[in-house]
Ligand binder design. Sequence first.
Ligand SMILES: *Cc1c(COP(=O)(O)O)cnc(C)c1O
Length: 397
Amino acid sequence: MEELAVFGGTPVREKPIYYGRQCIEQDDIDAVTEVLKSDLITCGPKVEAMEAELCRVTGARYAVVVANGTAALHLAALAAGFGAGDEVIVSSVTFAASANCVLYCGATPVFADIRPDTYNIDPEAVEKLITPRTKGIVAVDFTGQAVEHDALREICEKHGLILIEDAAHAIGTKYKGRPVGSIADMTCFSFHPVKTVTAGEGGAITTNDEQLYRRLMRVRTHGITRNREEMVHPTDALWYNEQVELGYNYRMTDFQAALLLSQLCKLPKFSARRKEIVARYDQAFGEMPEITVQREIPESETTRHLYILRLKPDMLNCDRKQFFDALYAENVCPQVHYLPVYWHSYYEKLGYKKGLCPNAEQYYEEVMSIPLYYSLTDEDVEDVIRAVKKVTAHYRR
Ligand SMILES: *Cc1c(COP(=O)(O)O)cnc(C)c1O
């Protein structure tokens, strides 16, 4: 058997590849340069054009583009009216920002377990956590797969809850033929460079609700309004604006919006290539008894942001760290998504205890995300598969 690189053998690849990276082409660069030469580099026409495009792509009535995905979640939680004494149910396997936005508003995140096979929030677990204080749900389309909207909608209607969908992974995904972004009360996107389309840093909230939209627009810019109907002391002075509530500066620049606009035009090709790579991985790993392939619900037509390689520990003579390190030494560099949020020491200090979500905790011990992005070549993909097979063969029980 070929010696693993971690023990001094030759790595599968000469150059490392990582789990994600952006694809910036000449026309993206040109779009940015054009704005930089124009009069308005922020608060100009590109942000509005971007919002219109996002409405077209997601089928939502309104879109509010913001500085990053975390700002989108913060404003959504604020517009939802979450505050002190409220409980908000959050996915346990996600980036910390999905829960932090609840804390920003003074409310309490309550973590719901995931389904052991799709890794998305389990609606039955959600239902069990509802109390008279529950105000909403932050549900994450984990890896890009849509959450179980029908079940979550039913729970929200029954208990009067607001559904915020954290779709940072899921631009381009559809649920029962409807694009993510037009289904939940508010949907939050991130345009960080590892996500499917990028603005460098960027985010957005989409909604079909006009009241929520107006509130989001206002808190994006300090809580200041120029709309006389929203003022306490309206005047007809042209210069007059009024701060009517406490907001933030979460605006995006016009050159970022131009980049995002250019990127969003490429979503169909980005999405198609990601689907191709996922299909190839699923085929290769589906034949390996040491690996579990993520289950897709038939309702979700998924543009995958992450590909999760999940080990079956009883089939392998190594733990996740040894497998991870061996793959890394082959120059196929994975990452782990995610530590259950309440395992972070900050949440531990807040009083959250291990054992809360057993499926999430077991999931975390067995997974790593392997390279998945548009510009991976077929050879890159085969290298990844070869490296996984090589490491698996070495540690096979
Ligand atoms: C990336 C991400 C965010 C935060 O987005 P930023 O743009 O980095 O602030 C939130 N939630 C999830 C699930 C993410 O993956």
